[in-house]
Structures are given as C-alpha cells and as structure tokens.
Ligand binder design. Sequence first.
Ligand code: SER
Length: 896
Amino acid sequence: MNSTQIRKRFLDYFKAKGHEVLPGSSLIPADPTVLLTLAGMLQFKPIFLGTEIPKYKRATTVQKCVRMIDLENVGKTARHQTFFEMLGNFSFGDYFKKEAIAFVWEFLTKELKIPPAKLSVAVFEKDDEAYDLWREDQGLPAEKLFRLDEENNFWAAGPTGPCGPCSEIYYDLGPSVGCGRPSCQPGCDCDRFLEVWNLVFIQYDRSDNGELIPLKQRGIDTGMGLERIASVLQGVSSNFETDLFRPLIQEIKTLIKLPEPEESKLRIIADHIRAVTHLVADGVLPGNAGREYVLRRLIRRALRLGLVLGIKGPFLWRLAEKVILEMGDFYPNLKKKKEQILATIKAEETNFLQTLELGMQLFNQAILEHTGKKVLPGEVVFKLHDTYGFPFELAGEMAAEQGYSINEQEFKKEMEKQRERARLAGISSDKNKSKLVGLDLTRFGRTKFDGYEKTSEAAGVVAVLPKENLVILDQSPFYAESGGQVGDTGTIMLDQQHLKVIDTLLAPSGSIVHLLEQTGDLAPGAKVVAAIETERRKIIQGHHTATHLLHKALQEKVGAQVRQAGSYVGPDKLRFDFSCLAAVSQEQLAAVEARVNEKIKEKIKVEVLEKSYQEAVALGAMALFGEKYGDKVRVLKIGHYSLELCGGTHVKSTEEIGFFKIIHESALGSGTRRIEAVAGQPAIDYVMGLVNSWQAEILKTTSHYQALMTELGQAQKGGKLIVVEPAALLQAIKKYDLKSVNQYLDQLAATLANLKEGVAKAERELKNLKINQAASSAAGFVRELVEINGLKVLTKEFQDYSMQMLRSVSDTLQNQTGGCLVILVSLANSKVSFLITVGDNLIAKGLAAPKVAAVFTPFIKGRGGGKANKVEGGGQDSSRLAEAFQAVIDLVKANL
Ligand code: SER
C-alpha cells in the first residue's frame, strides 16, 4: 500500500465511523505556547479545554508536523524525523477509551490486515481501565500488554494544557533488529518495537503551577505516524525506505559527486528538505529567532552536509522541487507557492554559501589553535554566528565531529555584550508594549472592538491598573497595536474628566488595553465615552491601505516572489520589509511609486469581506498563516487589484490615501529589503520639507558663491537660483502628478549640485590667486630684510595666510637673496602657524632650521617638523611673538 492509499484508507475508515474529515492546520500554530505544530490535536486545543464549542463531535485529519526535539536522532535511527505526517482521530466529549481502542484495533488488524501477533500494547501503569479493555474487549494476551510509567505513557502538547494517560501500539520487527537484550520490550530505545500509534485519553488540563485539573468533558486524541505505518506495510526496515522518501533520496544521489555517500547524511538532507519546503509554504522565512531560526538552522545544516558530500553550490531548492512534485497532490499549497518556495530556499542557500567558506577557514584555524584543550572559545563561535551566519548549534555539531566542544558560557557572554551594544545604540524593544509583560489579564477576556465602524462610543470600565496607567473597557473604538499598525491615541471621558490615551495595546488574551497619562477617577463599573484621535487614525489608515498597494505593486514590478516579512504602519510613515533576492533598481522603485499613485488616483473602493478560512484560501488571499479551520477571517479587497488577509483598519476608497512617496529603500540582509514611504499629509510635508530645506541650502550656497566671486573680482557666472513655487508644487502633489514633483526635486538637486561645484571651483581659484599674490608681494619684503654680519634675516607676521601662501613668500625671498633666514608667521583665530626656512649658507654656519625652531617655538607654545632648510608648524600663543623673533636674532648674532 503506498502512502497515498494509506492516507485515504485512514480518512475513509474514520469517516465511516462518523468522523468529519477536516484539513490539517498550518505548521504555524494559532496556539502561542508552541513554536510549531507538533501534533494533530493542536488545532483542537481550545475545544479540549472547553473554551471553544466544536462544530463536530468526531473529527479525523492528516496533520503535517515538525518536531525539533528529535533532530539529533534523524539519520541515526530508522524512525525519527523532524517533519512527519500524523494520521489522527479525535473525539470531543463523545466516545472515550472503549471505542477508541476498538477503532484502532479494527483498523490495524482488519483494514490494514496486520497480524495481531506482531502487535504489542502499552498502557499507563495506573490505567487499569485501559488495561482491562485491551485484555477483555480485544482479547489481547497478557504477555502482549505492558504497563509503562508517566514518562512513556502520559501525553501532553506542552507544559500546560490538555493532557492525559495514553496507550501506545507497537509493531514488533523481531529480535534481529533490536538491541538483543533479554529485557527488550516496548518502550526500549532500540529499533525493535516500533511505536506506530498513540492513543491519548485526554481528561486533564495542566495548570500553570503543574496541577492536573479534571476536564468537564473528556476527549480522545490519537496519532499514527504515516511514515512508520508505511514502513510496516511496505515491509521495509526504515521510514527512509518507504515511497515517501525513496524518490527524494534517489534525487539527492544524482547530485552527489562522491562514489559512496554516507547513508545517514542522505537521510538527514531528505528529512530537512521536507521540513524546509513545508515551513516556507506555510509562510515561515529564514531568520534569527523562533521558527524563522528553526528554518534557517535546517537549511544551513542540510546545505553543509551537501558540501561535505561534494555537492557544489545551492542545491536544496532543486530538492524542494522534488518534494513539491511528490507531495503537491495531497498538499496543493506546495504547488501554488512553488515559485516562492524555491526562491526563498535558493536565496538562503546563496546567502550562506557566500560566507560559509570564510567561516570554515576561521573554524579550521580555531581547531588547529586549540588542539590542546579541544574546546573552541566562545568568541570564535560568536564570530562564526555573527559574521558568517553559522547557527550556534551547527558550530557545535561541526566541533563535535572533530572531537571538540565549544564554550557556551563565553558564547552567551558575547551575545549579551552584543545586545548591550544594540541597547546603547537605541535599538530597544517597544517601551509601551513592555508594560504588559508579567501582567495576567486573562480574566478580563477579549474586548469587543468597534473601531472598524466607530471613532467614539459609550463604554463601561472593566479594569483599572492605576500604577501602570492601564485601563480596559467592555468595548472600545481604540485599535490596539497589531499586524504592524500602531495603537490609537485619544481620550476617555468620565463626566468632566478628559483623560488622555497615549497608546493602545493588545493583551495576548484579547483585551484592548488603553495606556493613559493618568487614570484620574476611573474605576471598574464607571460609564465613560471613549473617543479616538480621528485625524491621526485617518493618516494611519491611509498608510495601511497604501502598504497593501505597495505589496502588490512590488509583486508586479519587482517580482512575484516578493513577500511581506514585516511592517510598521504609523502616523509618521509606513515601513515595509519584504523578501527579495536581488537589489531593487531605481527604475523599479520609480515604477512601484508610480503604480501606487496610479491606483490611488483610480479611486478604487476598499472593502472588507468576512470569509471563512477555506473561502479566503479559495479567493487566493495572500499571507494566510496562523488561521485555522473554522475561523472567520477579514479579507481586505482593493477592487480587483489586491486581496489580503488583514485585521487592521483602512480607508474606504484609495482616493483617501493621497499622494504616495517612497523616502528610502535599503537592504536588511539575508534576502530581505526595506522600503519606507509616506502618504497623504505626511507625504505633502515630506516633499515640501525637502524642497524647503534644499531651497534654503541653495540660498546659503548662492550667497557664499557670490562672496567668493566678489573676492575673485569676477562677474557672477552660473549659480542661477531656481525657486519652486510652493503653490505649484502643492498643485502637482494634489494631482498625483508624480512626474512634475520628481522634476522639481530633480531640478533642485541638480541646481544644488551645480552650485556646489561652482563654489568648489571658485575656492580653488581663490586659493591659487592668494598664493600668487603672496608671491608677488614678497618682492616688497626684500627691503625689510635685516643684515646681521652679512646674513640676511626676515621675521614677519601675516593675518590669515595659508601655509601655501607662506611658502610662496619664502620661496620668492630665498630665490631673490640667494639664501637667507626667513621666519613667517600667520595668525588666525588666535592660532599661530609658522614657517622657518634657511639657505644653504646658513646651514653651513651651523644655523639649520630645526635649530632655529628650537629657540623659536617655546615662546609660542608650539611644535614643528621638517628638515635642515625648512621647518613648518603651529602654536597656541601669539602674545610673546616679539620675544620669539628677538630670540632668533640673538641666536644668529651669538652664532657668528
Ligand atoms: N498527540 C499525541 C501524539 O502526538 C497523539 O496524537 O503522540
């Protein structure tokens, strides 16, 4: 039986037993307590807990799962994977142990025709009820029944939540496969007894403090590993030899250059690429934290193994294509997102390959340097992580391969230092949001949000936290920060008191939490009126709808693979981060900007559709993740142009957005880019601000230019001042006349650049002019030379002379006299610059320039440097200059 047939047999069987066949959920769980979907029951957690009413009493699913807990075992055992499919049946307060056991036994022995002699069963040691059911109802002999402890036979999806004793069914692969110990039995670590199915009898909710609280209605959660049951039915000794893996491993072999590749490495790569493909399909992008990090780690881990096996360049994306081909029929999502999946994986591969080699050099060098202790210092591991993108664990694995360990303590210290640097640089997490940390607001539940329709309404106060200045109402028009859109500000009015709301936050439990300057007389039960700041909200809404237009325009003009990776939608601007492989060109950006303005100008109606999850998928809405079957979702529809899931608030027509302008585009690293843009009033302010500041700079530069020209004694050429009429500019903005606006901006930029060039040229001319003037004035100074015993000496003081000017004076004098002693000083802003030159005749008489300088500089608190016939330098004090000159004269006299 191939895997497709097994899935179908399973679902058909339970359908016939009254179960509703439901789709599995995304790998990104709605449940915030776990990172990734790790079991079929996860999407039903609220039902088991009794907080959600089920639509059906019985359900059955095929659920894709990722479990990182087994990562180390992948490739080492026949039965562990990170990605696997779980076949499950569920009862929500309907049947319990008796029927669950009967279904499972019938399915295995009658439907799949597995000989009962091959099967053994374990129950929780204290669960006599289950033991008796197996014994009496199904007639299992006692030697096939085992009682195991809590660690083995008590199941929970996490530290808290629904859980209960379980019963596991094992397939015996025979003594030849396992450890051979006489004590070997179900639950042993070896490969002999293969656990194929787990039946959890859910009857408790584990509370935060670990207490087991009996659930009002009990349930059943079972899970059978598809790959494992396939291995049994296909008579192979490992999951990796089933039809689920064989074609993939074959494909990897064709890429490998080594003659005898290590089987375990092939298996790891095959496992990881299945996880990676599904993770990306469900909307995870490689990154540095949480599930993004899991994805990155899997890609980089598999990529490195590929290199070890001799594969050159990116190859995982090609394997992903094979995964899509093999699994795309059952998971159509894969086919639909194919292009994006391949592009994302390839980008991450390329990205890592770029630094991998350099990182390996560093790694190998560190290995050589630490052969003695066999411990790699944390600093090296940190550098591999920070500079070369090696996940910490990957460095650890590579070190272990060579018999080394790594100093984790030191690594953590380096990470801490880096965080501190980031904190000092002002990159800290949102201050307001942190106010909610540590507060348990669950008892206040979900606040009714009315802000889609209303900007103000009457409401009742539910809770006040005066110390934190937080207030919760029973209903509110205030949008709480989520999905990138910032929280509203406004006022809560209690009789005559107007209390200012400075931010609105969303508690994990769904409460809308208003952050106030002060809570005044607010108390639970009080009646208030809550009103948001409407002008600010309008701008935010414009930015939000513009973000959707931008997303779509990027997909049109830059590439279909562009996907949102994060966003900020505020009153000041919008920021949009997106995955993109290559740099975005100026032309593309201009085209995107033009396209968004075009769509605004078209006055397209913006509508919100309330859809079921399946309907939204069918409509092709973007960014479906986190939602699950049965949810109502909001789909934002901008005419026929854009369709996106969104819980935010939006304008009613694109016309309301106003002019749209991109202000910045940059790379965020790792195939992610960022665009910052403004719309509406902020866009007008931005453009006008830009024009004003350029005009001011042009004015300033023009007057500087004019002054220079006057000094040069030349007529003013060039430097024509362009004045953009504010009214004309505003007109262009209002008409979405992007071309004119950009023309104005370009003109101003060009004018300024021209002007600056003119200034630079004039400054050069003036400098040369002054040097020449200085040289010609030097002729006049010959008369000022003093003769001391046949040697000519000049000491002279100037204002604001550059060193070049001093040099040209000195050169002229030395030339005309055929050798003399010249000390020239220029004073500027109480600073002294000096130049001392001597002719060869003076050097011959023992009067080299450094000797003169040694006498001269103490008086001016200065220093200088040079050679025998020239010393240049500066000093701090000009008050004793006359004495300094005299000291030099005295030196000359004394020397002769
Ligand atoms: N939730 C149980 C498991 O994951 C049974 O589905 O094993």
